[in-house]
Design a protein around this ligand. Structure first.
Ligand code: PLP
Length: 419
């Protein structure tokens, strides 16, 4: 049922609509490939989080989708920002998010990026190494401004997701293990320009089962108790993001309340405020990528549908082997099916959106809707093969708005500027 992906998605007389806007009409007006997002879906997600976690602070993880209009929408819902780069800091501020609601993680923050964030006066640096503590302290001192920090702890739990997006295991580059973290907190205390305000933890992405959060929370709680005993004032416990979404038809999407059930036992009786950094679960199933069929190719043993969206537009199938459900925007051929690979125009064999997939027969010119494309879709897109990146449209209750125009060839010819 497509409504299980996004309740605003439905067929009406065989045509696919999102929030009462025809996706085929949008494709005709703005061209393809085209990203379309449902504002009501995003708002519903924000409300679901706010209802599940009554007194928490929410920081939307910009890397899932950094479109300015999307960030603004979440700002309206009371969300702050979780950033991982100077570019994201700028975007968050441009969207009107107050720096006191911005948290900054990442293993490789540069001097330039740290400076931007210190000057902006952000809520909290989620520090990922001992060396970063020293550099941050030195820079804060030079700039004459104290900064708030949390140490990102790596609780060594297996989130049972794709290895590339597992971030809380011993072998990953993120954070410091719990034992070391305790020592780092003691060390950080000696650094004059650092205010220790929190503990941070983010174990991975696309978690469909919330049980790894239980284990991670228990470990974070243990550390919290030790720090409190040592007179640290821990104001925030930031449990990161990571809640999964439905990609495959047989998958069921966990609800923010499931996450709450998992983490509350460890934290219900503490003074510190919980912080969350949801990304994918806010926007993933709000978004659809519309692509147009260019050619059909039958090689006897293998059939291909060649579309105009490639791995430069949506790279998740290529790098994670990710499944995206793909449906026609017009149900005219529902009676006959083909088994096919749906591939893009890029000169790579890894350029596919689906492999050995049964879909209703399509013709040249038809449009296909790639579901669950709102998170890590446009934000991971590139100009590979010198292709302009797609346009983005936001729909809400029968209305629509272009929120990023299609890149022009002039825009991507940036190297010309220095010739
Ligand atoms: C990517 C990331 C998130 C968001 O993860 P989702 O799985 O998209 O919810 C949150 N916090 C940090 C530190 C991240 O790197």
């Amino acid at each position: 049922m497509i409504k299980d992906y996004n309740k605003y998605l439905e067929y009406k007389n065989g045509k696919l609509f999102l929030e009462d806007v025809s996706l085929e009409e949008l494709a005709k007006e703005f061209g393809t490939p085209l990203y379309v997002y449902s504002a009501s879906h995003i708002r519903d997600k924000a409300k679901a989080y706010k209802e599940a976690f009554k007194d928490a602070d929410f920081h939307y993880a910009l890397k899932a989708n950094g479109n300015l209009s999307i960030i603004k929408l979440l700002k309206e819902e009371g969300f702050g920002a979780d950033i991982v780069s100077g570019g994201e800091l700028r975007k968050a501020i441009k969207a009107g998010i107050d720096p006191s609601k911005i948290v900054y993680a990442g293993v490789g923050k540069t001097v330039e990026e740290l400076k931007m964030a210190i000057e902006a006066g952000i809520k909290m640096f989620n520090v990922e190494s001992s060396m970063e503590l020293d550099i941050l302290n030195d820079m804060a001192k030079n700039l004459g401004k104290k900064v708030n920090i949390a140490i990102r702890v790596n609780p060594d739990v297996d989130p049972k997701t794709h290895p590339y997006i597992s971030t809380g295991m011993k072998k990953s580059k993120f954070g410091v293990d719990i034992k070391t973290a305790y020592k780092e907190y003691q060390y950080a205390k000696s650094l004059e320009y650092l205010n220790i305000v929190g503990i941070h933890c983010h174990i991975g992405s696309q978690l469909l089962d919330v049980s790894p959060y239980i284990e991670a929370s228990e470990k974070v709680r243990e550390l919290y108790d030790k720090l409190i005993k040592d007179d640290f004032e821990i104001k925030y416990i930031d449990i990161g993001g990571g809640l999964g979404i439905k990609y495959k038809p047989e998958e069921q999407e966990p609800h923010p309340s499931d996450l709450k059930e998992a983490v509350y036992p460890a934290f219900k009786d503490i003074k510190a405020k919980l912080c969350l950094e949801p990304g994918r679960s806010m926007i993933g199933n709000a978004g659809i990528l519309i692509t147009q069929v260019q050619f059909l190719k039958d090689k006897g043993h293998k059939h291909f549908v060649i579309v105009d969206a490639g791995m430069n537009d949506l790279i998740r199938p290529s790098i994670y082997g990710a499944y995206h459900h793909i449906i026609p925007t017009n149900k005219k051929h529902e009676e006959s099916y083909i088994k096919t690979d749906i591939v893009g125009p890029i000169c790579e064999t890894g350029d596919f959106l689906a492999q050995d997939r049964e879909i209703p027969v399509v013709e040249r010119g038809d449009y296909l809707a790639v579901l669950s494309a709102g998170a890590y879709g446009f934000s991971m897109s590139s100009n590979y093969n010198i292709r302009p990146r797609a346009a983005e449209v936001l729909v809400e209750k029968g209305k629509y708005k272009l929120i990023r125009s299609r890149e022009t060839y002039d825009y991507i010819d940036y190297d010309e500027a220095i010739l």
